[in-house]
Design a protein around this ligand. Structure first.
Ligand code: UD1
Ligand code: PEP
Length: 427
């Protein structure tokens, strides 16, 4: 079992950092490679993450030839005519996002069987909106033996309003509608940059998708789709994580090619805390102040403050001078990192979805375990500002979403290494 060991207390990050392609973009983009019936699809800027290997395995299992060239960070797939109908438990249980293959398999085959994803540590994560959207398009859906099975002789466009702008449901419905008969109007759709990235690839593949990035997406069905080339959009959550890392260490870090528009809510809160944010030609420079001011943050769907930055932001709140508030409205169980942070001296009162964080107290390194992906990054960040040594375990969560996280932090000046139980350093 690997661990990350951070010696903290005096870290000041400086330099510049490259950000990978987005995990949350590339997973649906890989699912979209199911849709073309001819040609080759080339995805560039693919991050090397365990979730990408899992999604690659799902796509290959569906009989789609796929090659991942890690040196080039490129995935190439070939359109297939005999797409399998089933995404098995073996893969879906490893990664909830694999549910987004349901729409594309159904669109290609008129029949799909995908293992039910189940909940995860951050919340129950139902898929009712995915199901209702596909039903509105004429799919018959049943659940049996842990699988969700969808059948439709012909999917048709419909008018569907989502109770909540679910990212995954928007992606599933968009992909199913690309090959449906007629026009699909999806209202209260998710507006995340990863939705726009998916729509861009679908349009390059010959689909007709308009309005992605707004709350109404209109998809006119086309008869068939073809392969295309696409660069995966930058990971705004990885970029945001490094922005917080610079802010909390009185650092001075240039986040290369960061997109202000994608991280507007985070940048606005960091600025409120006293962080200097400078737009430069080749990225966004973050300069952390001597002391951070406390701040109230509430997570919301995009363009609100992203839940995937909540844990990292609580680290900035933990060292801000005074009381900060964090309200988590997207997932019902996403404060587990705060329990671990208590072990490092954090004073926090948690009541339902609200955490009152007493910042500015003394923090000391401890042995902690990451409970989910963003919790792992947050614990490492806290380790950089706590006095002494912090050891973070359960790194399988980190590897789902961050490539060479410790090496990147070390390149900026952090005292950090990754070891396995036999104490062999990887750096
Ligand atoms: C791979 C990927 O892109 N993951 C992101 C995606 O997850 P994911 O697509 O799973 O997140 P959703 O936007 O669907 O979920 C948001 C909320 O909607 C609820 N919900 C969702 C679907 C549904 O059918 N019914 C329902 O009630 C969920 O329980 C949750 O409370 O968006 C989340 C919210 O920004 C991010 O935290 C995840 O990193
Ligand atoms: C919650 C996340 O991802 P997933 O939806 O893949 O679990 C995340 O990226 O923080």
């Amino acid at each position: 079992m690997d661990k990350i060991i951070v010696n903290g207390g005096h870290t000041r990050l400086t330099g510049q950092i490259e950000i990978e392609g987005a995990k949350n973009a590339v997973l649906p983009l890989l699912a979209a490679t199911i849709l073309p019936s001819e040609g080759e699809t080339v995805l560039n800027n693919v991050p090397i993450l365990s979730d990408v290997y899992t999604m690659n395995a799902v796509v290959k299992h569906l009989n789609i030839p796929l090659v991942f060239d890690e040196n080039e960070k490129r995935v190439v797939t070939q359109a297939a005519t005999d797409i399998a109908i089933e995404a098995p438990y073996e893969y879906v249980s490893q990664m909830r996002a694999s549910i987004v293959v349901l729409g594309p398999i159904l669109a290609r085959n008129g029949h799909a069987r995908v293992s039910m994803p189940g909940g995860c540590t951050i919340g129950s994560r139902p898929i009712d909106l995915h199901i209702r959207g596909l039903q509105a398009m004429g799919a018959e859906i049943t659940q049996n033996g842990g699988f969700i099975e969808a059948k439709a002789d012909e999917l048709h466009g419909a008018h569907f309003y989502m109770d909540f702008p679910s990212v995954g449901a928007t992606q599933n419905i968009m992909m199913a509608a690309t090959l449906a008969k007629g026009t699909m109007i999806l209202e209260n759709a998710a507006r995340e940059p990863e939705i726009v990235d998916l729509a861009n690839l679908l349009n390059k593949m010959g689909a007709n998708v308009k309005g992605a990035g707004t709350d109404t997406i209109i998809i006119k069905g086309v008869a068939q789709m073809h392969g295309a080339q696409h660069n995966v959009v930058q990971d705004r959550i990885e970029a945001g994580t490094f922005m917080v890392a610079a802010a909390i260490t009185q650092g001075n870090v240039l986040i290369l090619d960061a997109v202000r528009e994608h991280n507007r809510p985070l940048l606005s809160k960091l600025s409120e805390m006293g962080v200097d944010i400078i737009q430069e030609e080749d990225g966004i420079r973050i300069i952390g102040p001597k002391t951070l001011k406390p701040v109230t943050v509430k997570t919301l769907p995009h363009p609100g403050f992203p839940t995937d930055m909540q844990a990292q932001m609580t680290v900035a709140q933990a060292i801000a001078e005074g009381e900060s508030i964090m309200i988590e409205t997207v997932f019902e169980n996403r404060f587990q990192h705060l329990e671990e942070m208590r072990r490092m001296g954090l004073f926090v009162d948690i009541s339902r979805n609200t955490a009152l964080i007493q910042g500015g107290g003394s923090l000391s390194g401890a042995e902690v375990r990451s409970t989910d992906l963003r919790a792992s990054a947050a614990l490492i960040l806290l380790g950089m500002v706590a006095e002494g040594t912090t050891t973070v375990g359960n790194l399988q969560h980190l590897d789902r979403g961050y490539y060479q996280f410790h090496e990147k932090l070390a390149s900026l000046g952090a005292d950090i290494k990754r070891i396995n139980d036999k104490e062999t350093a990887y750096v």
